[in-house]
Design a protein around this ligand. Structure first.
Ligand code: BEZ
Length: 221
């Protein structure tokens, strides 16, 4: 994927939002993680469900020390009118997070959020359903890139945050279909001697035909 991706530093742009001007580096340094997510346009169906779902998950994000920043190309006054629809459709869940405007399409280019296939009615580029999770060190930790046709699964957003938090606190990674409470795997860079020190709760190595001792499960919850 060309453009901004995992490990890169978020550009320090100043963006207009429904909460006033925000400097991205100041904003992301205030939380464990910041989710910056774009959507193709205001007053469109899937986007209305997505932004409402993000509002309904506000407590889950707050519990994890995670803040949000939405973004579309429409201007702030359009966002403000559209928020009333989002809240009405989503049983009154309040959109408490800021939504950035990008009428010049500058931000979506710099944040690698341009949809290559979609254009608006005046032929201008529109954002994809991109989502970056950014750490307080201003680096991109994880990105999703979905087309306009496919709304994101907010449970998956929460699940990957839980995975990122485990990995940032311990030398572990989370296996396929992991969910909180399941065992995690010890990172491959940790030797078994180091693992004995790091994981006094113990770990189980899986016997594999290669006889290589790399698939080691432990609990960190
Ligand atoms: C939607 O949000 O439903 C949508 C937006 C742009 C293109 C297709 C779908």
């Amino acid at each position: 994927m060309p453009g901004l991706t995992i490990g890169d530093t978020l550009p320090d742009l100043e963006v207009e939002t429904t909460h006033g001007k925000i400097k991205l580096h100041d904003y992301v340094s205030k939380s464990n993680f910041t989710i910056i997510f774009s959507h193709p346009g205001d007053f469109t169906p899937v986007c209305t469900t997505e932004l409402g779902a993000m509002a309904a998950y506000a407590d889950k994000f707050a519990e994890r020390g995670v803040q949000l920043l939405g973004l579309s190309a429409d201007d702030v006054s359009s966002h403000e009118r559209w928020i009333k629809d989002i809240e009405a459709y989503n049983n009154g869940s309040k959109v408490t997070y800021p939504i950035a405007a990008d009428p010049q399409r500058q931000i979506i280019k710099e944040l690698n959020m341009v949809d290559p296939d979609e254009k608006d009615s005046s032929g201008q580029q529109v954002p994809s359903r991109a989502l970056h999770i950014v750490g307080p060190d201003k680096k991109i930790k994880l990105s999703f890139l979905y087309p306009a046709s496919t709304g994101r699964n907010m449970d998956e957003v929460v699940r990957v945050l839980d995975s990122l938090q485990r990995a940032s606190q311990h030398k572990v990674a989370t296996p396929a279909n992991w969910k909180p409470g399941d065992k995690v795997v010890i990172s491959p860079g940790v030797s078994s001697d180091e693992a004995k020190q790091m994981f006094p709760q113990g770990f189980e190595s899986v016997n594999l035909p290669s006889n290589k001792d790399y698939l080691r499960f432990t609990n960190v919850d």
